[in-house]
Ligand binder design. Structure first.
Ligand SMILES: Cc1cc2nc3c(=O)[nH]c(=O)nc-3n(C[C@H](O)[C@H](O)[C@H](O)COP(=O)(O)O)c2cc1C
Length: 158
């Protein structure tokens, strides 16, 4: 069966639209930034959009990703090592919407450094100010993460 170019194109568009997703990558030592990552993803899914949450070491590319969120807690005034490695290697499509977040104990540099690195690589902040949570995220903090997930989901066209 022959498929015309237009039909093929519309099938490709359909596939792309159906599978576009928010990707949330994190590194976390005690589960605090992980809890934030999961709550962000829940907020995306609550809005009926797709979301994948992955530890940094499982990152496998940006295919069908409409928004990339990267989180790490702060250790010695910088992000954790797997996120640092990821940020030094990752190639972003110019203009990809990005977001940064993380738990911290006292100074909280990591989310700002993540955002700067993502911007240097061509990302455009979906929300300019990174989300920082001191220590263990409270219920209120997790609700804030949900809400941010909802905002990120709005950038994924259906
Ligand atoms: C060895 C070590 C170094 C740390 N350095 C910093 C730091 O420089 N600035 C800061 O704000 N928090 C620092 N913290 C605190 C962590 O960022 C904080 O405990 C955070 O909630 C851990 O989140 P996670 O479970 O997502 O890794 C440090 C913690 C440890 C154990």
């Amino acid at each position: 069966m022959r498929i015309g170019f237009r039909k093929l194109l519309s099938r490709k568009c359909l596939t792309t639209l159906i599978f576009m997703k928010v990707l949330v990558i994190y590194e976390s030592t005690r589960g605090r930034t992980k809890a934030m990552a999961e709550a962000i993803c829940e907020g995306v899914i609550d809005k009926g959009k797709n979301c994948t949450v992955l530890p940094a070491e499982n990152f496998a590319g940006l295919e069908n990703v409409c928004v990339l969120a990267v989180g790490s807690s702060t250790r010695m005034k910088r992000p954790l090592p797997k996120v640092r490695n990821l940020l030094s290697e990752i190639e972003l499509r110019n203009g990809l919407a990005v977001f940064a977040f993380g738990s911290y104990g006292w100074s909280g540099e990591a989310p700002d450094m993540i955002m700067d690195a993502l911007k240097e690589r061509g990302g455009i902040p979906a929300i300019e100010t990174p989300l920082k949570v001191k220590d263990q995220p409270s219920e209120i903090d997790l609700k804030k993460c949900n809400k941010i997930g909802g905002t990120l989901s709005d950038l994924c066209v259906e």
